[in-house]
Design a protein around this ligand. Structure first.
Ligand SMILES: NC(=O)c1ccc[n+]([C@@H]2O[C@H](COP(=O)([O-])OP(=O)(O)OC[C@H]3O[C@@H](n4cnc5c(N)ncnc54)[C@H](O)[C@@H]3O)[C@@H](O)[C@H]2O)c1
Length: 105
């Protein structure tokens, strides 16, 4: 199974990515994360060296996410922006989820 993990460089997402790679050897992981203050590639550690893992530095609202979704079997959504004062939460939580779920924004 090819799994898209949004927010995969964050706290929960990176643990989930490592879990998938460790316990599901047949799975591939595609990460979409725009690396906000909370996202850090160091959270992913050796996962990035795994040939089954691909990292994309992208905002969820980027239209390119729609193409990435098309090639995936499942989406696990961890991307979150708790600082709604900096960027409207609606943008991440609604506009960002639509392309991630393959719907037209
Ligand atoms: N941390 C906890 O203890 C905990 C517990 C239960 C549930 N959760 C839930 O799990 C989810 C993830 O939490 P977390 O603690 O890992 O958050 P986090 O802030 O550590 O990670 C969020 C990630 O999303 C990325 N991101 C944010 N906006 C983005 C966007 N528009 N496009 C692409 N990437 C974007 C950030 O760069 C970051 O890597 C949240 O929904 C949270 O409510 C967290």
């Amino acid at each position: 199974m090819k799994v898209l993990v949004t927010g995969g460089a964050g706290f929960i997402g990176s643990n989930f990515v490592r879990h998938l790679l460790r316990d599901h050897p047949a799975d591939q992981v595609i990460i979409v994360d725009r690396l906000t203050y909370a996202g850090n590639l160091r959270n992913l550690g050796e996962a990035l060296q795994d040939g089954r893992c691909r990292f994309n530095r992208l905002d969820l609202c980027d239209p390119a996410v729609r193409d990435i979704v098309k090639g995936c079997d499942a989406v696990v959504h961890f991307a979150v922006n708790p600082l709604a004062t900096r960027r409207p939460a609606l943008q991440d939580e609604v506009q960002g989820r639509m392309p991630a779920h393959g719907e037209n924004p």
